[in-house]
Design a protein around this ligand. Sequence first.
Ligand code: ATP
Ligand code: MG
Length: 265
Amino acid sequence: MDMVPEKKSNPSIKRVIGVASGKGGVGKSTVAVLLAQSLAARGMSVGMLDADITGPSLPRLLGVDSFRAESDGNKLIPIVNEEGIKVLSINLFNEREDEPVIWRGPLLGKAIEQFWNDSDWGELDYLIIDFPPGTSDIALTALQTIAFSGIVVVGTPQDYVSMIVNKSVRMATMLKTPVLGIVENMRTIVCPHCGKETKLFDDGSEGGRARIGLPVLAELPWRSEVAQAKSLRWSKLSAEAKKDADTITSEMELALASLKPASSS
Ligand SMILES: Nc1ncnc2c1ncn2[C@@H]1O[C@H](COP(=O)(O)OP(=O)(O)OP(=O)(O)O)[C@@H](O)[C@H]1O
Ligand SMILES: [Mg+2]
């Protein structure tokens, strides 16, 4: 089987970034939205594609969960949020947000293909793709269908122990998709009362990081404002959380710039 089929690129989209992890609940969607918000705040035109078909969370995080997307008969039209970020997610096509998506693998893959090939994204500087957890069929289809500029891997220190993150890195590499680096999430906690930063894990994760051998793009502490926010609006984030988001963006751009021309978009 050819693992790397011809991917259809979209000349109107300058860069496509995937946010992935081998594990669920480590903060992929949070990191993807912080990245998109920080890029939009820098004046870039940004889109977000929710590749998590069975557990979509982008509409809520981007504050558009009460909207419903449509097609113009030919192409799907993304919803635009308050910050100007365009978004497509299966939840925007369901009658109700809590309706479960009970589809089998091939149909799930079709949804990803449609979001990529048959949608009117317009001109974008960045399209950020929020991956489902793990190395499932949908993750594989996304990597085989979409012409990524690079993948940002999200991990928490427990991941390094189980080395599950590494599986998604290996899958991306097998599919000839450049991995830009890791965003390490929730290693420390910032006390909401006194602001002191405390380590949540003391598990030798330095060694785990070194074994994975990828550059660390950013380290994000656990912040109660992020845990409690219904949506991650740029105007509502503290200066510290905005700084976290800006670090991911700056380091990701540096990593993209250092890719060899043949593998960059
Ligand atoms: N830095 C952080 N500080 C506080 N809470 C966080 C942080 N990162 C993520 N969370 C919280 O952890 C939970 C999981 O985060 P998120 O949904 O982004 O993970 P995910 O990897 O996308 O999950 P899934 O695998 O289900 O898609 C959410 O409740 C989120 O608010
Ligand atoms: Mg998610």
